[in-house]
Design a protein around this ligand. Structure first.
Ligand SMILES: Cc1cc2nc3c(=O)[nH]c(=O)nc-3n(C[C@H](O)[C@H](O)[C@H](O)COP(=O)(O)OP(=O)(O)OC[C@H]3O[C@@H](n4cnc5c(N)ncnc54)[C@H](O)[C@@H]3O)c2cc1C
Length: 254
């Protein structure tokens, strides 16, 4: 088994599991909010983000080593490095060649490039899951499940959150009634969910960032401290499979 990152894959190390630690915390906040005035006091309640991060890191610490030992015990050799095909039965990892009758490709997904000016300012999901401090204002590009989960975590932890989604409806692919209820609920807890926004650029302004999008033919600008890519992940061999259409430059004033 070859992997260029510590063993465990996205879900256990940079996806589902660390996210669930943060979501658990956000749920606890939500419960206190719902029970306020019913025997629970809200005053003084706050999220200690650095402590939450320490807890999250403790949860996943040692996972990769345990995984690797488990594989070795079962007679599976683990090779660390980037695998590249030489031919149908041979891969190269560093200066090593590995031959096999069959080679299974299980390389997962990566965020698709947005191909917009200022893309270098984007924070990706693994970065969001490892933030030392939660920024005060966060914009998420894309209204899929990763953006929504992160947005709810951030909003309940005290951040001002905006979601910019290009479609008429967020959470495409999920049950429409449930997606609608979640959109309403998100707005009720203060998430600024903006639909039909085609993001065209990101720029640094002072210590913050600005995000430009097109809505109804005119430009709209949001000022934030962090912009998170939630615009879809695709197979590394099909970069941009999920990528939004590029907005023509004439839609923007500058
Ligand atoms: C933020 C986030 C939250 C998520 N939450 C959930 C959730 O709650 N529930 C759920 O069901 N799913 C969730 N997912 C999706 C889930 O993580 C993926 O579906 C799952 O990890 C896919 O598993 P995989 O084995 O196909 O790929 P991965 O787990 O991504 O593993 C692929 C591995 O291949 C390695 N690799 C890639 N290319 C090479 C190469 N050339 N050479 C060597 N190694 C290489 C990578 O380093 C990686 O370790 C989430 C994803 C993210 C990003």
């Amino acid at each position: 088994m070859v992997d260029e990152l510590p063993l465990g894959g996205t879900c256990a190390l940079r996806g589902c599991d660390p996210k669930k630690v943060l979501v658990g915390n956000a749920e606890a906040i939500e419960w206190v909010r719902r029970l306020e005035g019913k025997g629970v006091r809200w005053e003084g309640l706050r999220v200690d983000w650095p402590e939450l991060m320490r807890f999250k890191r403790d949860m996943i610490a040692g996972y990769s080593d345990r995984k690797e030992r488990g594989l070795l015990d079962r007679g599976i050799e683990v090779v660390h490095g980037h695998a590249m095909f030489i031919d149908g039965h041979t891969i190269r990892v560093g200066d090593r060649r590995i031959e096999a009758k069959r080679i299974a490709i299980a390389t997962g997904a990566k965020p698709g490039p947005l191909s917009i000016p200022g893309e270098e300012h984007l924070t990706y999901s693994n970065g969001f899951l490892d933030l030392e401090q939660l920024p005060r204002r966060i914009a998420f590009i894309g209204g899929g499940y990763i953006s929504f989960e992160f947005a709810h975590v951030a909003a309940r932890s005290g951040a001002n959150v905006t979601i910019l989604h290009r479609g008429k409806r967020s959470l495409k692919g999920f049950d429409a009634d449930l997606a609608m209820r979640l959109a309403d609920k998100s707005r009720k807890i203060g998430i600024d969910l903006r639909l039909e926004r085609q993001v065209g650029w990101i720029a640094r302004r002072g210590s913050g960032l600005t995000v430009g999008s097109v809505h109804d033919g005119s430009e709209e600008v949001v000022e934030v401290d962090m912009v998170v890519h939630g615009a879809g992940r695709g197979s590394p061999d099909r970069p941009g499979a999920d990528r939004p259409e590029r907005v023509p430059a004439e839609h923007f004033e500058s």
